[in-house]
Design a protein around this ligand. Structure first.
Ligand code: C2E
Ligand code: CA
Ligand code: CA
Ligand code: CA
Length: 275
């Protein structure tokens, strides 16, 4: 009966089956990449508008597939999440980011994306601690970017994990703020160090009349709660000016710099980091 079911499936949905095969192939290649460390980190500068200087970098994973060439993390991170491969990948990212940052000639921070599966896996605090001590990077220079989807798991457990990470001395950043559907309650439940305004809101600044009001509301709310804001995806001067006027403290985007390879970081730091 099992065999019959399978045959039927083939008959009705051949394209689905092909997609499934492509997925399995990509998953196998991901495993190979983990073994041979086929990944790389790029670093995108984060700027403080108040201090008028570069204050840190976000680490962004890059995968140069042996056959297909560069594959976007938007394609392979979700697959890594589903398959559980995000655990070893995320651990590599954390270790590599801490190691790289420990070699930088300035006291700037490194922000690392922590995916929901990685966050809820047992021992995330130990993984972070181990990456810090292996690299010698002081905890205050590490920022962990998490998204509000971590709150769909057990909320008490999530808060306990956030507090244990905070105890290590690392900073906790709420990424992609505003894209979930009940962001406000999460802001109330944990004192994040920083809130990242999703680039979809920044994009709106040029076009609709409401984008402006949304930015104002987020910065006011964050300020009232004692959290900093960072706007991502800033591409033009108009967006930049609105963000500055509305009191957003930090920005990140192509207007200032695209993500760069690890060996270009020192140059950016040496250029005075003023902008
Ligand atoms: P994210 O965390 O929201 O990262 C910001 C994304 O916006 C990055 O894309 C960055 O290159 C891009 N970006 C920065 N400035 C601009 C801009 O001015 N305009 C536009 N259009 N885009 C801009 P990227 O590197 O392709 O990463 C995409 C997503 O993949 C990330 O979104 C994050 O969710 C995930 N990701 C990337 N690296 C990692 C990682 O090491 N671990 C995990 N778990 N996820 C990662
Ligand atoms: Ca991020
Ligand atoms: Ca983001
Ligand atoms: Ca985003």
């Amino acid at each position: 009966a099992k065999h019959e079911g399978k045959a039927q499936y083939h008959f009705f949905a051949p394209s689905l089956d092909q997609a499934e095969r492509a997925r399995i192939r990509l998953e196998r290649d991901l495993r190979d990449a983990i073994k041979g460390v086929g990944f790389e980190l790029n670093f995108q500068p984060l700027y403080s508008l108040e201090k008028r200087r570069l204050t840190g970098f976000e680490a962004l994973i890059r995968w140069n597939h042996p056959v297909r060439g560069p594959i976007s993390p938007l394609e392979f991170i979700p697959l890594a999440e589903e398959s559980g491969l995000i655990i070893p990948i995320g651990e590599w990212v954390l270790r590599e980011a801490c190691h790289q940052a420990s070699t930088w000639p300035a006291d700037v921070s490194v922000a690392v994306n922590v995916s929901p599966k990685q966050f809820t896996a047992t021992g995330i605090a130990n993984t972070v601690l181990s990456a810090l001590s292996a690299s010698g990077l002081p905890a205050h220079r590490l920022e962990l970017e998490i998204t509000e989807s971590i709150f769909t798991a057990d909320v008490d457990q999530t808060l306990a994990t956030l507090h244990s990470l905070r105890t290590l001395g690392v900073k906790i950043v709420l990424d992609d703020f505003g894209t979930g559907y009940s962001s406000l309650s999460y802001l109330r439940s944990f004192p994040f160090d920083k809130v990242k305004i999703d680039k979809s809101f920044v994009e709106d600044l040029g076009t609709s009349g409401n984008g402006h009001a949304v930015i104002r509301a987020i910065t006011m709310l964050a300020a009232a709660l004692g959290m900093e804001t960072l706007a991502e995806g800033v591409e033009d001067v108009t967006q930049f000016e609105v963000l500055e006027r509305e009191g957003c403290q930090n920005i990140q985007g192509y207007l200032f710099s695209r993500p760069v390879a690890a060996d270009a970081v020192t140059g950016l730091l040496r250029d005075g980091a003023g902008y």
